[in-house]
Write a protein that binds this ligand. Structure first.
Ligand code: PLP
Length: 341
């Protein structure tokens, strides 16, 4: 198959329209069989549930070319499961996870010409989403939904090399206790926009959100979970019901324990103990891990010993091992690599 003439290594994280996307409708209590389409436009009634009451959820995952030339996706079954959980919390019909994986497979295969070649550092970002599509004026769940998946090629995350981030402890909250922090819903992002724009204006790359109940514990950033490394080499990630369960973070914790033989802990992490950590990273599909060099808490600077020029040694090992597994250079645990073609 002929690849598109794209300068893969210089792509940004932006939207490039590809040829095919997937659509399935939920009507009269059931999902239709779904199909690929070339129409990238969504037409909705002015009173659609998604427009009035933000009834929408999404997922994000990557497809890419491995060392041996296969096009694969990384653990799409977990995205399918998480999207079922998100749907239930917003009173939307779950799109079955088996069908989710099948639809991801179809969209990626139909756009194989847009899957960046091995070694370019670029990937095909896959965006499944679902929204209430019929008119609702009284506050209630919609009856009609669209589940869609589009994809877009995106460039390497660390383009001019790795640059550790400077983040700030936010005065805004991301998720209420017993709220919707654990699901991937557009509403969590709408309300994070003011906080991230403010952080950028103040010279920070990201926000560190605390637990809104006591504001003493670390939760996550707007779109990535935290990993910390203690001075004696233990890998720690915060536990909280309002953190979005990152598939990258869960995979990295497995890699830390089973591949690198490190001790791992998922537990409450206090703001007050940040000064004791050796390394800090943000985990998510986009970057796998972005190292954090400095955390600023209202003028108090916490400088991670790993510094502002490179990834800390444990973060680097975790990054190299997980990307090695993804790219087929290191043997993957059973079921992690979904071969598309
Ligand atoms: C998507 C997301 C993440 C990262 O999850 P991955 O499955 O690793 O991509 C982390 N935090 C939030 C709030 C997210 O929405």
């Amino acid at each position: 198959m002929e690849k598109k003439n794209i300068d893969w290594s210089n792509l940004n994280f932006g939207y490039i329209q590809t040829e095919k996307r997937y659509v399935s409708w939920f009507k009269d209590g059931a999902w239709d069989e779904g199909a690929l389409t070339e129409d990238a436009t969504v037409v909705l009634n002015e009173c659609a549930g998604v427009l009035q009451y933000a009834q929408t959820i999404f997922e994000g995952l990557k497809a890419y070319t491995t060392d041996d030339g296969h096009i694969v996706a990384f653990r799409p079954d977990l995205n399918g499961e998480r999207m079922e959980d998100s749907a239930r919390r917003l009173e939307m019909p779950a799109f079955p996870k088996e069908r989710f994986v099948d639809a991801v497979t179809k969209v990626v295969a139909a756009n194989a010409a847009y899957v960046p070649p091995y070694g370019s550092g670029a990937t095909l970002y896959v965006r499944p989403y679902m929204f209430g599509a019929n008119s609702v004026i009284g506050v209630k769940p919609a009856d009609v939904y669209q589940f869609r998946i589009f994809c877009t090629p995106v460039g390497p995350y660390f383009k001019g090399g790795v640059k550790p981030l400077t983040i700030c402890v936010s005065d805004f909250d991301r998720a209420a206790p017993h709220g919707t922090g654990h699901i991937k819903a557009g509403l969590n992002y709408a309300m994070s926009l003011h906080a991230i724009v403010s952080a950028h204006k103040n010279g920070f790359d990201e926000n560190m959100y605390l637990d809104p109940g006591t504001r003493t514990r670390v939760e996550e950033t707007g779109g990535a979970n935290f990993l910390f490394v203690t001075r004696d080499g233990k890998v720690v990630t915060p536990r909280s019901d309002s953190i979005l369960p990152s598939i990258t973070r869960r995979s990295l914790m497995h890699v830390a324990k089973e591949y690198l033989g490190l001790e791992v802990e998922e537990r409450e992490v206090y703001l007050e103990e940040l000064k004791d950590f050796a390394e800090c990273g943000l985990c998510g599909t986009a970057a796998v891990i972005s190292p954090v060099g400095k955390i600023v808490d209202h003028g108090r600077e916490i400088c991670l010993p790993s510094g502002m020029t490179e990834m800390g040694p444990v973060t680097k090992k975790l990054y190299d091992t997980l990307t090695g597994i993804q790219m087929g250079r290191i043997e993957a645990p059973e079921g992690w690599i979904h071969i598309i073609e």
